[in-house]
Design a protein around this ligand. Structure first.
Ligand code: GDP
Ligand code: MG
Length: 179
């Protein structure tokens, strides 16, 4: 039987300081898509954001993810409000070897909830570059921050392909459950 057409489209963003690995994480994820679901990279002509699409089949759910990436403007925290429009999920990404990027997570969280209805956005805290041994942020304190902000926490590596699919599966499932 033909696969059912996508029932849902979820718009998800990756946010966090420059150089934490957001683009690498996203590219690793879309590159891992099954051959039949060729990932598309689309670029918005006017603003400095890019989005990628990937179709995802989870138990009882077929969904197209529209994955939005900032393209340098996170350096200046000058992300346009339209970037956040209709966003249903946000991965808040820090680099486990960069203390400042962890300290800034609450600012990024604040930025989202000041533009979006907080009840309509699912967050996932992501500690990225877990392959590196030069850590400045422990798993325990990251878990505590996630708990205090009411979100789940996961560690990922684009380099080792560790938890990359799982991170996107987790946020997608949480979005579905909140529908
Ligand atoms: P962005 O600015 O947040 O989009 O970050 P980029 O994806 O451009 O990555 C910034 C730097 O971190 C680049 O040099 C990447 O090669 C490196 N990087 C990204 N992901 C990983 C990872 O999982 N492990 C390691 N060791 N380096 C990574
Ligand atoms: Mg980037």
């Amino acid at each position: 039987m033909e696969a059912a057409s996508c029932s849902y489209q979820f718009r998800i963003a990756l946010l966090g300081d420059a150089a934490v690995g957001k683009t690498s994480l996203l590219r690793r994820y879309v590159a891992g898509a099954p051959r039949a679901e060729e990932p598309e990279l689309e670029q918005e002509p006017t603003v400095g954001v890019e989005f990628y699409s990937r179709a995802l089949q989870l138990p009882g759910l077929r969904v197209k993810l529209q994955l939005w990436d900032t393209a340098g403007q996170e350096r200046f925290r000058s992300i346009t409000r339209s970037f956040y429009r209709n966003m249903v999920g946000v991965l808040l990404v820090f680099d486990v070897t960069n203390r400042d990027s962890f300290e800034h997570i609450q600012d990024w969280h604040q930025e989202v909830i000041s533009t979006q209805d907080p009840d309509k956005v699912i967050f996932l805290l992501v500690g990225h570059k877990s392959d590196l041994s030069t850590r400045c942020v422990s798993t325990q304190e990251a878990k505590e921050l996630a708990a205090s902000l009411g979100m789940a926490f996961m560690e990922t590596s684009a380099k080792n392909n560790s938890n990359v699919d799982l991170a996107f599966d987790t946020i997608t499932t949480a979005i579905q459950q909140a529908l």
